[in-house]
Design a protein around this ligand. Structure first.
Ligand SMILES: NC(=O)c1ccc[n+]([C@@H]2O[C@H](COP(=O)([O-])OP(=O)(O)OC[C@H]3O[C@@H](n4cnc5c(N)ncnc54)[C@H](OP(=O)(O)O)[C@@H]3O)[C@@H](O)[C@H]2O)c1
Length: 361
């Protein structure tokens, strides 16, 4: 694989820092430029993040000396320096849409962590193990934008990764209804305990906009490509509650599922489907793909956030406690790392898939 020069827009934030860390030792990608708001622009990356570095690893040497560009004012300059950019910015939705389209029109593909373009029908929202075939809409998107190589591809909301991958191989049994409660870490809000002391010993039963995303985004992931657009699936019906809990990293989900009459699988069938599930990320041996995507723990008190969030570099999904339910057919627990699989790691894996499929050439 050739080496790709990569930029990170929003590089100073929680997800941006993860990108910078993951890119430090990536076999295909070389971090060539970083950008953020005008508040950080002009400083070296090391200076811009020194007081708010939130990663367990030190700031990578290769990033420290890069001068932070202004994502808006320096867009042409940044686009000219790289083969594509990751984008994770905290801005208003319309501003993010405009920013991402601007880079795409500068022929700089964008792999986005932001939600602004997730429901755009010709923007693929891809989890590489689940719906790689959705990349086919990029051709129609390029036509709409009038670009030759520029486009936007997005990854889905972070908390989805703790339950949608487990449900995916079970859709063949006529999955009809899903109830999910997520318990989400504070890094999902771009925060640490130092910067959000109110969260110590606390639980907040509200995360703005999260329940709608948890209920609707899986239907796009399970949608089909039709005339250059993703047509969203109509089932299963999903209801969600999302709570913020006092964990640093890792989103946990309590999941209940109901299948069509006469199609309910056995527990053994479900466990076998989870154990054998592989997607294009594994088949193509993408560098960031976990070897075993869905791990099932037999122990009754697993998965646990602190013990299991880093499984396979934070890219695997941990499952446990599959058992019958009195109102639904079954219930189980799921866990994924929100800033790795759920954000920067998922973005890097999507970019690897795009490279392997020739979209970045
Ligand atoms: N945290 C997660 O687990 C997670 C998971 C999935 C998706 N996401 C999404 O990823 C995005 C970033 O989240 P985060 O948690 O990393 O946020 P964050 O820590 O608050 O970082 C925000 C970043 O956006 C930059 N920014 C703000 N205003 C800007 C502007 N006008 N122009 C250019 N850059 C600007 C900031 O730059 P300055 O430092 O210069 O202000 C910073 O780099 C959000 O859309 C979020 O919804 C987050």
């Amino acid at each position: 694989m050739k080496e790709y020069k990569v930029g990170v827009i929003g590089a100073t934030g929680m997800v941006g820092q993860r990108f910078v860390t993951l890119l430090a030792n990536h076999p295909w990608f070389k971090l060539a430029a970083v950008a953020a708001s005008g508040r950080s622009a002009g400083k070296t990356y090391g200076d811009a993040v020194s007081k708010r570095w939130a990663m367990p690893e030190p700031i990578p040497d290769a990033a420290k000396g890069l001068v932070v560009l202004d994502a808006d004012a320096d867009a042409e300059k940044l686009a000219a320096q790289v083969d594509f950019c990751f984008c994770a910015v905290d801005m208003r939705k319309e501003e993010i849409k405009a920013l991402e389209e601007r880079y795409a029109k500068l022929e700089c593909p964008i792999v986005s962590n932001n939600s602004a373009n997730r429901r755009t029908p010709d923007v693929p929202m891809v989890v590489p193990e689940l719906n790689a075939e959705h990349l086919a809409v990029i051709e129609a998107q390029r036509k709409r934008l009038g670009t030759r190589r520029g486009f936007i591809a997005v990854k889905s909301n972070c908390s989805l990764q703790s339950y949608v991958p487990a449900l995916h191989p079970l859709r063949k049994y006529g999955l009809e209804r899903v109830l999910v409660c997520t318990y989400q870490a504070i890094s999902g809000a771009g925060k640490t305990f130092e910067r959000w002391p109110e969260m110590v010993d606390n639980c907040i039963p509200y995360i703005g906009g999260e329940e709608e995303k948890s209920e609707q985004e899986p239907l796009k992931l399970w949608g089909r490509v039709e005339n250059g657009r993703i047509v969203e699936a109509e089932t299963p019906s999903i209801t969600a509650q999302c709570f913020r809990v006092a964990c640093l990293d890792g989103h946990m989900a309590a999941v209940f599922m109901k299948f069509a009459d006469g199609k309910k699988p056995s527990i053994e069938q479900i466990l076998s489907d989870w154990a054998s599930f592989r997607g294009p990320a594994q088949e193509l041996q993408l560098p960031s793909a976990p070897k075993q995507f869905l791990h099932y723990f037999q122990e009754p008190d697993r998965p646990q956030t602190r013990l299991d969030r880093n499984l396979e570099g934070g890219m695997a999904i941990s499952l446990g406690r599959l058992r019958p339910d009195t109102q639904y057919d079954y219930k189980f627990a799921g866990l994924s790392h929100n800033t790795l699989r759920g954000a920067a790691g998922g973005g890097v894996l999507l970019a690897e898939l795009l490279c392997a499929k020739g979209y970045m050439d």
